[in-house]
Write a new protein. Structure first.
Length: 288
């Protein structure tokens, strides 16, 4: 029998306990599942253990239902929770954007070229500016303008589109609106935001110009899960580059946008590849 070409991912977490890796890897060997990649981490502060395994079944009759059924008996003594995913599953990602197009352009390029294993069924914006870019990619574009008076209605429309398009993940690709507590709760654990890493300094408009006036020596970006603490959700990825006196405001903007692009791409990639685990208000990220 030839090995199956399908690849699967199992993610697991449980209280820290002796023998956790052994029970999982032993089960994988006994059930003829070849481990291609394995990561684990023991959080000594929270007494919690995290594990991610990518594997290829060597049994051509591999069944995810049987895997879960048989693994349950091994996992129960460890109080382990786990999930099994086909590695080729394409998460459906809704992109929210305002007027800046650099992050949207990058995500769409990586989606189109297969660097991101996702589908993009919808793009939503509070401005009409980027509709032509969505049309070029043949992706539905919804212009939902917002005012303080219409914020609740506009967010309800977004959530309706998220449901309509069966969205797995929402990406705020420089969506310049603060989400309401209700919106944050509705998207808990499935919304990623990107912003410059100059915060908590240089808030508001033209942050890179503010930073230049103060003579900063580093610029960067942070991608994090959205929660009700503005720009303070669990961090997934960060990027940084040094700058000096020879960099003018426009240079800082350019460098900052480059870092935002790659930082957001990595955050989305890690999420859809099931490499991110929440551990309190922190994340465990098994990068590759």
């Amino acid at each position: 029998m030839s090995p199956s070409s399908d690849t699967w991912i199992v993610t697991a977490s449980c209280p820290s306990r002796l023998g956790t890796v052994d029970v999982v890897t032993r089960f994988m060997a006994e059930s003829a599942n070849y481990i291609n990649e394995i990561h684990s981490f023991d959080d000594r502060v929270l007494n919690q253990f995290f594990l991610r395994i990518e594997f290829t079944p060597e049994d051509e009759h591999f069944s995810p239902e049987q895997f879960n059924q048989h693994f349950a008996a091994r996992a129960e003594p460890f109080e382990m929770t786990w999930q099994l995913y086909p590695a080729n599953k394409k998460d459906r990602v809704a992109i929210l954007v305002s007027k800046f197009d650099h992050c949207l352009n990058d995500l769409l390029f990586r989606y189109r070229t297969g660097q991101l294993n996702i589908e993009v069924p919808v793009i939503i914006s509070n401005h009409p500016d980027l509709e032509s870019l969505a049309k070029w990619h043949d992706i539905p574009y919804y212009h939902l303008p917002i005012t303080p008076e219409t914020k609740r209605e506009q967010e309800e429309q977004i959530l309706q589109l998220v449901e309509q398009y069966q969205v797995d993940l929402v990406v705020l690709a420089r969506y310049m609106q603060v989400l309401s507590p209700e919106m944050c709760a509705a998207l808990d654990g499935r919304a990623i935001n990107i912003h410059h890493s100059l915060l908590p300094g240089f808030k508001g408009a033209r942050p890179y110009h503010q930073a230049w006036e103060k003579g900063v020596k580093m610029v960067g970006a942070t991608a994090h899960y959205v929660n009700n603490d503005l720009d303070e959700g669990p961090i997934i990825t960060q990027g940084i580059q040094p700058v000096d006196h020879a960099h003018y405001p426009e240079d800082l903007v350019s460098k900052g946008q480059d870092i935002e692009r790659i930082t957001l791409f990595n955050a989305v990639r890690y999420h859809v590849e099931r490499r991110v685990f929440l551990s309190g208000n922190r994340t465990v990220v098994f990068s590759n």
